[in-house]
Design a binder for this molecule. Structure first.
Ligand code: SF4
Length: 449
């Protein structure tokens, strides 16, 4: 089994504010009883707060010394974590990233829920997958309007309708994202939905066959070999026939709309709604979690975490819609893009992480009070960028003594790191001043545009 220093449910790692325990939620989904169990567990064994991660998992912070085993037992009792000791390695396997609105999004071409579960089962049960890096990541996009498209993934699939085919297929690619514009790398090919798991197994085994000891991600193997060689090897091994033609090469995915994570959207059945809200800076306390559990139960809804560090409740009846939204507001969630807290994200910062050069959470709250409309900012305590796997329009990177360098992705020629450096060594108030000047262009795209 590969070594890992990342937190898991079974591996609680120390931080400045106590232990960190990361709970993986398949499809980002938590039952009401699991949410209640987590709320009880964080009150008793941790600091009473839980962060939603950018992979739609939960990170329990401030685990008290000596409480680790009791916390783990409470979470396992709630049906969270690996199902038994023989599957303990599954704790390190990443979630398959799918839309939080999978199965109900009115714009989806394909319902990915069953296939996402099958892919996660493959990752957790295939004996060879134990050798994958915990960072190895799969994306399964059903064409939903609410979809995080710009986290690069080692293997991605995205639903499309090829010409002359009745059924949708899954376009796919390696070490990247589904293409939305002509600037993105095109899909390699497309595969029929029933063949996705077989092809994925072959791609994973091909990766493991070709990877040198220092290769942890697909991009490493592609750089050492070629993308054509990886695909040809997987095709031969799987016996799956992929579709490769000009229409696949020219295919571009419809842009997604991250703002659908706020407020209400009608579901594909035309009858019910999904509603969403963002805990300020992605952090919930036990009271908020209990309130969400009660709302989930009362509405017969499904509670899912999202990669924007927010929550989504699906299957709300029209008659209950207003009351459900009012409950989210009353619980303290941000339910509209007009609230500036919808446009800032921040990592744990110096109160929780020894690597941080600033109290990013407090600074983000201070910045939000002065944030111009449409401006979206990511505050990161160090270059590891734990709060965002994508590049935000603006990034404030803490560098020393609570000061930040400001970067922007406004210049599309800048394609690495956080973007173009705009200013160095700013206090958070100086950053707010600068963001309010006309010298800094506003952005109206969402974080994932
Ligand atoms: S981005 Fe850096 S400072 Fe922030 S939580 Fe991650 S490791 Fe810590």
């Amino acid at each position: 089994m590969r070594p890992s220093a990342c937190p898991g449910l079974l591996r609680i790692v120390p931080a400045l504010d106590g232990g960190i325990c990361r709970v993986k939620l398949a499809g980002g989904e938590s039952s009401a009883s699991q949410a209640l169990a987590i709320a009880d567990a964080i009150d008793e064994h941790a600091s009473g707060i839980v962060d939603i991660t950018n992979r739609a998992n939960l990170q329990l912070r401030g685990v008290k010394r000596g409480h680790e085993n009791a916390l783990i037992a409470a979470l396992l009792d709630a049906g969270l974590g690996p199902r038994d000791a023989a599957h303990a390695h599954a704790d390190d396997v990443r979630n398959v990233m799918a839309s939080p609105a999978a199965g109900c999004d009115a714009h989806a071409l394909y319902d990915t829920t069953a296939l996402a579960a099958d892919l996660l089962t493959l990752l957790q049960n295939d004996a060879r997958c134990v050798a994958l890096s915990p960072k190895f990541a799969l994306l399964l996009d059903g064409g939903e309007r609410l979809m995080m498209l710009d986290h690069p993934h080692d293997i991605w699939f995205s639903a499309m309708h090829p010409v002359d085919r009745a059924e949708p297929m899954l376009a796919f690619g390696l070490a990247g994202c589904p293409p939305v514009t002509s600037e993105h790398a095109a899909a390699l090919a497309a595969v029929a939905a029933p063949d996705v798991v077989t092809l994925t197994r072959a791609l994973l085994h091909t990766f493991l066959d070709l990877a040198a000891p220092d290769h942890s991600r697909m991009r490493d193997v592609i750089a050492a070999h070629s993308i054509e060689r990886v695909l040809a090897h997987a095709e031969r091994a799987s016996g799956v026939r992929v579709l490769r033609d000009e229409s696949i090469e020219n295919w571009r995915r419809e842009p997604a709309d991250a703002s659908c994570r706020f407020g209400s959207c009608r579901q594909k059945d035309g009858q019910r709604w999904h509603i969403g809200g963002q805990p300020p800076l992605g952090r919930m306390n036990s009271a908020m979690l209990r309130g969400l559990a009660a709302l989930t139960q009362a509405q017969g809804a499904t509670l899912r975490m999202t990669p924007w560090q927010s929550i989504l409740l699906t299957n709300i009846d029209t008659a209950n819609l207003d009351a459900a939204l009012q409950t989210l507001d009353a619980l303290g969630l941000v339910t509209t893009t007009h609230n500036p807290l919808s446009r800032v994200i921040a990592c744990a910062g110096s109160t929780g992480c020894a690597k941080s050069h600033a109290d990013t959470k407090a600074d983000a709250a201070r910045l939000a009070a002065r944030l111009p409309e449409h401006t979206q900012v990511h505050l990161s305590g160090c270059p590891r960028s734990c709060a965002a796997a994508h590049r935000a329009p603006y990034t404030l990177l803490a560098v020393h003594d609570g000061r930040y360098d400001l970067y922007t992705t406004h210049d599309p020629r800048e394609s690495t790191g956080f973007g173009r450096l705009l200013a160095r060594g700013l206090t958070i108030d100086e950053a707010a001043d600068l963001l309010n000047t006309s010298a800094v262009p506003p952005f109206d795209e969402p974080f994932d545009a």
